[in-house]
Design a protein around this ligand. Structure first.
Ligand SMILES: C[S@@+](CC[C@H](N)C(=O)[O-])C[C@H]1O[C@@H](n2cnc3c(N)ncnc32)[C@H](O)[C@@H]1O
Length: 306
């Protein structure tokens, strides 16, 4: 069992709300697909307490009406064992062991192309390759474009604090460890990313501006994949923003449901409180649209990675 701070519980409770409505809204479809690229543990605990909560895999398995196809991708052998026990009597679900950047493209070939499909991409840090995001976006692309349907919907953890930590090291460490190359793998392209990094080093922009730019550049890449609706929900720990949950969909209803789930008052259980009190959430603001117009420096166009 893994111990998490309460922000992880918050993330999963947004996921629960979203999936319940997603499943009902798509209940007339012959199939519904749930993909969990970083499926994790079956049971989680809120750090400092003995309170447990189900992981994303179990959350998705409990949704009604059930997904017709559930694929749980996980690298850690022990977690694969636990997940396999969880799905033992569920013919609709399979666990796929290995690096999801390798296993997802292969798994997509056997999944129904017309099904409403939701992918939860929840890495610990920088493990999600852009090639995997692109493979997911391309999975239903031809069908979606011909019949005016939606591509795979995605909810992605983008580690803003991880980016800042990685690229905030001194110039030598970034160069020696090829950290810009590592970051570019996350975006599948280079150019603007490196310019933001240089601008931060040169004092042309602040650390906060660089952090926002790393996130918005990622959302630009999702927009370039043709996604019509992008939402972003920063998630904070006690010392500021940890990561942002980015939602990409072609469906206005999907965006409305996620917006509702993000804004809903919800309890964030904490170790040091006696009672659980629902906390109001800030109203959604579209932070991404037009961000480049406000940004202090010009950014070059992307060069796709080979
Ligand atoms: C943040 S946890 C996932 C938590 C889970 N989604 C939940 O909400 O309950 C990330 C998980 O991804 C797994 N992981 C890391 N790299 C991976 C990779 N390349 N492919 C598949 N799983 C990976 C880790 O072992 C870990 O269990």
């Amino acid at each position: 069992m893994r111990a998490w701070k309460s922000h992880s519980y918050e993330k999963l409770s947004i996921l629960t709300d979203y999936l319940e409505v997603f499943a009902k809204a798509s209940s007339s479809a012959a199939n519904r697909v749930y993909l969990d690229a970083f499926a994790g543990e079956t049971l989680n605990r809120i750090a400092g307490t003995d309170r447990t909560f189900p992981g994303s895999a179990e959350t998705a398995l409990e949704v009604k009406p059930p997904f017709t196809h559930v694929r749980l991708f996980e690298l850690a052998r022990k977690r694969v064992g636990e997940l396999s026990e969880l799905v033992a009597d569920r013919p609709n679900a399979r666990v796929v062991h290995g690096d999801c950047n390798v296993t997802i493209p292969a798994a997509l070939t056997s999944l129904p192309m017309k099904a409403p499909t939701f992918a939860f991409l929840d890495p610990d840090g920088m493990e999600l390759d852009w090639a995997t995001v692109r493979a997911l976006a391309d999975h239903k692309r031809a069908y979606a474009e011909e019949f005016d349907k939606s591509k795979v919907e995605m909810w992605i953890l983008f580690s803003t604090s991880g980016m800042v930590r990685m690229l905030g090291k001194n110039r030598e460490a970034v160069g020696e460890n090829r950290l810009l190359d590592k970051a570019a793998r996350l975006y599948g392209a280079s150019g603007p990313l490196e310019r933001v990094w240089e601008a931060k080093l040169a004092g042309e922009i602040t650390g906060g501006e660089a952090q926002k730019a790393y996130l918005f550049l990622y959302m630009d890449r999702l927009a370039d994949l043709g996604y019509q609706h992008l939402l972003v929900r920063p998630i904070h720990g006690s010392r500021g923003e940890l990561y942002a949950m980015v939602f990409a969909s072609d469906h206005p209803a999907g965006a409305n449901i996620m917006q509702w789930a993000q804004e809903r008052d919800r309890v964030r259980p904490r170790a040091d409180t006696l009672f659980d009190v629902p906390e109001p959430r800030p109203a959604y603001e579209d932070l991404h649209t037009g961000w480049r117009n406000e940004f202090p420096i010009e950014l070059p166009t992307w060069t796709e990675l080979a």
